[in-house]
Ligand binder design. Sequence first.
Ligand SMILES: C[S@@+](CC[C@H](N)C(=O)[O-])C[C@H]1O[C@@H](n2cnc3c(N)ncnc32)[C@H](O)[C@@H]1O
Length: 277
Amino acid sequence: MNKIEEIVSQHYAHGSLGATILAALGDTTGQTPQALLERLAGIDEFHVGGRAATAELAAQLQLSPGLSVLDIGCGLGGTARFLAVAHGCDVTGIDITAEYVETGNILNAKLGLQERISLRCASALELPFPPARFDRATMLHVGMNIPDKAALFTQIARVLKPVGVLAVYDVMRLGDGPLAYPVPWAADEATSFLDTPAGYRGALAAAGMEVVVESNQREMALDFFAKVRERMAQAAPPPLGLHVLMGAEARQKLANLAAGVEAGVIAPVRMLARRNM
Ligand SMILES: C[S@@+](CC[C@H](N)C(=O)[O-])C[C@H]1O[C@@H](n2cnc3c(N)ncnc32)[C@H](O)[C@@H]1O
């Protein structure tokens, strides 16, 4: 791991995540993988829009059972579990935060998905796979932690099959102006590497990938933040929510993210990129 990755993985580390989630799940005897997936949704999807955003992104990937998907920066493996359960894909996830990978693999076993999903500790900048290994790749809210986007996409293009498709869903810089920290992905500017959609397109092109669909998710994000605020005002947080991952500063991180989107400085953007032959 390089120095930035060390700081980033410390930022995300919790300390007792597995035990916390297992305690909240309680006895799961007799619960189907679908039911458990639903129960985990609040903590499993560490990005704006939650499970609905994952489902929408997956719907654009023309998935079918048995396709191999790489999820880069998989976190707890929520996207991997969704792709395996809802689409029957074989999913490999990589992440630099060991605690997420360990906890994610425990949850996969609990859902009986250990044959279909494998999560491992690795850097997105050194993907430990042979060329042309995957049919699809997904990357949700990860690029903000990685300064060298061209190196990142070169790695991803290498492990994608020639007609492979990558779905990126990152928070990107949309306008000038300051962003207050902390935000969910970084305590301060030292590990926050926001780029513009044009910057992403350029880095993808340099890696031999062409953006075929691009969608600014600002409106969805504003709606999502409004609903989160409403929930926070009405009730105590549920035992399995993103506040568990974001820790003591969860409210401030969310407020800064929402303020940045409201001010037009940042927005979550989805891109589908195809590997050129
Ligand atoms: C905001 S979380 C998103 C997790 C997951 N994709 C999701 O949407 O639920 C960002 C994740 O990216 C991972 N990450 C950041 N930099 C990385 C890198 N260079 N290589 C691999 N993973 C990285 C972090 O450890 C963290 O789990």
